[in-house]
Ligand binder design. Structure first.
Ligand code: NAD
Length: 260
């Protein structure tokens, strides 16, 4: 259903971004991958996706905390894959500490990657989408874009900012054939969460399995992790004709987290 469309998925070498890239590729979209990691593993991933789904897949290692590199990857997607029709702003990082102990450098880094990169990605991708009269922008926010948890001041502030920026872009583009939405996952078992589980187990003197159960029951009525595949399926739906009037919305996929 996305044959002939080109998607840039930031932070797609791992976790949710990879799940979304796979889901879009399975629909026939050509993909620009991005993110950090081992060069050999990334090349295997790139070539594997291209072969499995018979689509063009390129990789660019732009550091999304740098606005000029966001501009460059948008430009490269358009020049090497022909256009940029679906922008998925997914790259993100986490750091956990109370406000009064939160390191300034971590605040700056989280705001740069989790929030400013979303702004720059939209800013640079929108003109091409407007010219074609079609576009889909999907910003990966979080349940933490809608509600707070302790010790995550930068992350929660950035993700609330993503939801706000999503709404502004959506209303500006409402009659340009471009929808802009935010996906707000609850817990998804990715390397980002695995690290939090390991830190919690260390601090509590327990193990990762114990902390998994505690972590999820603290916030989610449904004691079940969402999967990168499920986030990918929601992204595919947002790209479909059935979703053409869904815009400016934070879509929760969180086992009931923000409902209670
Ligand atoms: P992850 O750590 O598995 O993946 C993050 C990706 O971003 C990786 O590909 C990494 O290389 C890339 N990345 C990090 N810094 C980058 C930078 N400066 N430039 C370019 N790429 C960079 O994490 P994940 O859990 O898959 O998270 C993906 C997104 O989903 C994030 O925005 C995160 O906040 C959000 N999210 C995750 C969860 C969860 O439970 N895992 C829940 C809600 C929202």
């Amino acid at each position: 259903a996305l044959k002939g469309k080109v998607a840039l998925v930031t932070g797609s070498t791992s976790g949710i971004g990879l799940g979304i890239a796979r889901a879009l590729a399975a629909q026939g979209a050509d993909i620009m991958l991005n993110g950090f990691g081992d060069a050999g593993e990334i090349e295997a991933l790139r070539a594997g996706l291209a072969a499995e789904f018979s689509v063009r897949v390129l990789y660019d290692g732009a550091d999304l905390s740098k606005p000029d590199q966001v501009a460059a990857i948008v430009q490269k997607t358009q020049s090497e894959l022909g256009s940029l029709d679906v922008l998925v702003n997914n790259a993100g990082i986490q750091f956990v500490a109370p406000v009064d102990e939160f390191p300034e450098a971590k605040w700056d880094a989280i705001l740069a990657i989790n929030l400013s990169a979303v702004f720059y990605g939209m800013k640079y991708a929108i003109p091409g989408m407007k010219a074609k009269g079609w576009g889909r922008i999907i910003n990966i926010a979080s349940a933490h874009g809608l509600v707070a948890s302790p010790n995550k001041v930068a992350y929660v502030a950035a993700k609330h900012g993503v939801v706000g920026a999503t709404k502004v872009a959506a209303i500006e583009l409402a009659n340009d054939g471009i929808t802009v939405n935010a996906i707000c996952p609850g817990w998804v078992l990715t390397p980002l969460v695995q690290k939090q589980l390991e830190d919690r187990a260390k601090a509590a003197g327990t193990d990762v399995e114990t902390e998994k159960k505690k972590m999820i029951s603290e916030t989610q009525p449904m004691h079940k992790f969402s999967s990168p595949e499920e986030i990918g399926a929601l992204a595919v739906f947002l790209c479909s004709d059935g979703a053409q009037t869904i815009t400016g919305t934070p879509l929760s996929i969180d086992g009931g987290w923000v409902a209670h």
